[in-house]
Design a protein around this ligand. Structure first.
Ligand code: IMP
Ligand code: MG
Length: 331
């Protein structure tokens, strides 16, 4: 801290939600800004409850954290209102007046367009909503009466919080390999997902960022179509305990072993200063629930050291179970 950007290293679903919820409770976080749109579901398990949040920032678990949704986002009004209710955050969440609105028609366009379908989009309509924004015909948050009481100027709020030395976290979306610019085009999402883009969506300049934390999962998953180097079958994934379904759409996630070269590239483009590795217990079951680095098996330590060597960043947080607090903190 004070200004940390959290990014995903691969094709999303690395466990950013878990890492963010841990930091929110631990630092604790004063401000947490969400970027991106409703296509991403960030899973958070806390106090026996599981949340799959598409709009509300993961920092909500710390009850004093101010929650913001940046100008670069596309807000799904109904989903936003539903999650505000579920997480009980109506008095501490704000949306930038200039965020754009993602509408039902965008979802219909997404689902009925053969090209978008062939990419395996989530169907929420994020691509069409972004197209409309670029055409400069999009509705903005300030045009929606339902959002009136949440409107704020996110860049002003965040930069002022940083001036006061507060702990701010900018929550990234998806992973670098789904970036419109740096990912496996055309099998990507409709926006850049690198750390720089996250800052831009929130209205924070690069000189204000003190830390870029990139999240790696101990194996790789991908939903939708497009290349996945080293992909294994669903049967093999099940056997290894890697098989997952998407938190948002319920689709099967494809999987592959960890890829050190992709990890290196992702750390480089994100300008990562630190890394987190999640789900270590899915690859090294003997590590389940470990709370200290010294408890890890030799093989698990070797794996972490190899990531550090290839990416040239320290792995400071290691997930060993689903709860926000099942984590080794080496900082
Ligand atoms: P879209 O973002 O809905 O346009 O989908 C484009 C591609 O990004 C598809 O392969 C989706 O499966 C993938 N995608 C979008 N959001 C997420 C996410 O949060 N996690 C994983 N994959 C995603
Ligand atoms: Mg997800």
């Amino acid at each position: 801290m004070p200004c940390t950007v959290v990014t995903g290293a691969f094709w999303g679903d690395e466990g950013k939600g878990k890492i963010i919820s841990y930091l929110a409770l631990k630092e604790p976080l004063d401000v947490c800004v969400r970027t991106g749109s409703v296509n991403a579901a960030h899973t958070i398990c806390y106090q026996g409850k599981r949340y799959a949040l598409h709009m509300v920032p993961g920092g909500f678990v710390y009850e004093k954290c101010r929650l913001l949704i940046g100008a670069g986002t596309n807000v799904h009004v109904a989903q936003f209102l539903k999650e505000v209710e579920e997480t009980k955050v109506k008095d501490r969440i704000g949306i930038d007046s200039q965020a754009s609105i993602i509408e039902e028609k965008h979802s219909m366009q997404d689902k009925s367009n053969a090209h978008l379908k062939s990419l395996g989009t989530t169907g929420w309509g994020v691509g069409p909503a972004l197209e409309e924004r670029v055409r400069r015909t999009a509705k903005l948050a300030k045009d929606s009466p339902d959002l009136e009481k949440y409107l704020t100027d996110v860049s002003e709020e965040v930069n002022k919080a940083l001036d006061k030395g507060k702990n701010v976290l900018l929550e990234g979306t998806q992973g670098l390999m789904l970036s419109l610019f740096h990912g496996t085009y055309p099998y990507v999402t409709g926006r850049d997902t690198s750390a720089s883009a996250i800052c831009s969506e929130a209205g924070v300049g690069p000189t204000r960022v003190s830390n870029v934390l990139t999240v790696f999962k101990s194996f790789i998953t991908r939903v939708g179509t497009g290349p996945l180097p080293g992909e294994i079958t669903k049967e093999e994934a099940t056997r290894r305990g890697w098989f997952e379904t998407a938190a948002g759409t319920g689709r099967d996630r494809r999987s592959a072993p960890f890829d050190f070269e992709l990890a290196r590239k992702s750390a480089m483009i994100n300008g990562a200063t630190q890394g987190a590795v999640t789900k270590l217990d899915c690859v090294y079951p003997e590590c389940k629930g470990s709370k200290t680095y010294s408890e890890l098996s030799r093989e698990a330590k070797k794996f972490i050291e190899e990531i550090e060597k290839q990416t040239r960043i320290p792995i400071v947080l290691i997930g060993t179970g689903p709860d926000a607090l099942d984590l080794i903190d080496r900082r």
